[in-house]
Design a protein around this ligand. Structure first.
Ligand code: RTP
Ligand code: MG
Length: 140
């Protein structure tokens, strides 16, 4: 399996509780390398574009409001099988269903305020990375 990249967001509920270091430690312990990282405040337009796939879902408005409610940390993670590996480290969307030791089991507040985002496929990872980083900001 070749080295792969995935896109990650530490969501506002994580920055609000000062959990970015604790979450980064879990990411690094899993063998993923943080090859780009910045703390930003997403605009409404950025959040709506990012989650456009969910725009017909009942939780879309709430999700966008949450994602712009505070700072987020956007990241590029690199490693073997990074997309699926990070999904495993994150745990299930609903923290009550997440496996022990996962980021969401340990830290998520609810199905909506669930601390992290990770790309669901290599193709979406490439699109999401390009939305937030230029090539020279990623140092592998
Ligand atoms: P993500 O995209 O953030 O990595 O999370 P995911 O793949 O595990 O979940 P997805 O189905 O893509 O949903 C995106 C985000 O929408 C919020 N959500 N709220 N209230 C609800 O029922 C509900 N369902 C989803 C979560 O913040 C979820 O991560
Ligand atoms: Mg998703």
């Amino acid at each position: 399996m070749a080295v792969q990249r995935t896109f990650s967001i530490l969501k506002p509920d994580a920055t609000e509780r000062n959990l970015t270091g604790a979450i980064n430690a879990l990411i690094e312990k899993a063998g993923l390398r943080i090859v780009a990282q910045k703390r930003i405040r997403m605009t409404r337009e950025q959040a709506e574009t990012f989650y456009a796939v969910h725009k017909e879902r009942p939780f879309f408005g709430e999700l966008v409001d949450f994602m712009i409610s505070g700072p987020v940390v956007v990241q590029v993670l690199e490693g073997e099988n990074a997309v699926l590996k990070y999904r495993d480290v994150m745990g299930a969307t609903d923290p009550s269903k997440a496996a022990d030791g996962t980021i969401r089991k340990l830290h998520a507040k609810s199905i909506g305020e669930n601390s992290v985002h990770g790309s669901d496929a290599p193709e979406t990872a490439a699109i999401e990375i390009a939305q937030f980083f230029s090539g020279n900001e990623i140092v592998g």
